[in-house]
Design a protein around this ligand. Structure first.
Ligand code: PEP
Ligand code: MN
Length: 300
């Protein structure tokens, strides 16, 4: 009976691994041998010689927080500022203190841009926000939960903006590159992949919420031609674990980092255990600069 079922299947080798056939027919663009350097602007380049680090709070929360972060980040030489104003939250109920910043937050970012010359990254959660968001920020982040929202991927790709595509926490690398292919197929090569931790039977409260898939960074660098960055903050969930995972990411060949940072972590409206405070943000960047240099890369 089972034999019969298998012989009737047209897809004879269902697999999570990437096959030669996949490379030829399913993900030819994301695996092409041509090295893809992503140039966002004169200062910010994702390549094997540069190491951009994206820093910012989980969400921008308030105009005061946005300006406070900007002032500090500028003082320690940060170039890429994470300014998330649209946030996907796992549960639809928000605490009273949670402020849905959305379009109001975009106005704050526009005001901030008059005073600060950062490269701005913000998450796009729905197509209806795309036109406005892409007119304000430099890089669009597509979050893990939207990794296979193909319509969103296509519409973002059409803007020709730089895109950071995060891996879903349950996705194989095959599915991840399949999603990347949807963006590349629209003629947008300004694409960066981001490993942000996966779920596994051994992830739990006392260890970690997710496991940062370090081998996936190495594998993606081997298989694909795209820059691969790492988000140790979302992967670990614990602020004290972020620096060691960041160092591991640099040393395994990642092309950049996303670091969550907040002046008063315990007051962060989302995931208060996760962000580094300002002092630890500064210390981490100092160490990353040295480690990146050791690996022949310049911190941006
Ligand atoms: C985020 O960067 O704030 C975020 C929600 O990340 P992820 O999509 O990886 O969970
Ligand atoms: Mn988050």
């Amino acid at each position: 009976m089972r034999k019969k079922l298998i012989s009737n299947l047209t897809n004879k080798f269902p697999t999570k691994d990437i096959t030669d056939d996949d490379i030829k027919y399913k993900i030819p663009l994301s695996t092409s041998k041509k090295n893809n350097i992503v140039r966002v602007n004169k200062k910010v380049i994702f390549s094997d010689k540069t190491f951009p680090v994206i820093v910012g709070p989980n969400g921008i929360e308030s105009k005061k927080l946005l300006f406070e972060c900007a002032k500090f980040y500028q003082s320690i030489g940060v170039n890429l500022f994470r300014v998330h104003t649209f946030k996907p939250l796992t549960f639809p109920y928000r605490s009273k203190q949670y402020n849905d910043t959305m379009f109001e937050g975009l106005n704050w970012i526009e005001e901030l841009k008059k005073y600060y010359d950062f490269t701005y990254i913000s998450e796009i959660t729905e197509i209806q926000y795309l036109e406005k968001l892409s007119s304000v920020v430099d890089i669009l982040q597509i979050g893990s939960r939207n990794m296979q929202n193909f319509e969103l991927l296509r519409e973002c790709a059409k803007t020709k903006k730089t895109i950071i595509l995060k891996r879903h926490f349950g996705a194989s690398l095959r599915d991840f590159l399949g999603a990347a292919e949807h963006i590349l197929l629209q003629g947008n090569k300004n694409l960066i992949l981001c490993e942000r931790g996966i779920v596994a039977p051994h992830t739990h409260k006392d260890t970690s919420r997710f496991i940062l898939d370090i081998p996936a960074i190495v594998a993606l660098k081997e298989i694909s031609n795209l820059p691969v960055i790492s988000d140790p903050s979302h992967a670990s969930f614990w602020a004290s674990w972020v620096p060691p995972l960041a160092y591991a990411s640099v040393s395994c060949g990642s092309n950049g980092l996303i670091i969550e940072s907040h002046p008063r972590p315990s007051k962060s409206m989302v995931d208060p255990l996760q962000p580094l405070d300002f002092k630890n943000t500064k210390n981490l960047l100092n160490k990353i600069k040295k480690l990146a240099k050791f690996h022949g890369k310049k911190l941006i």
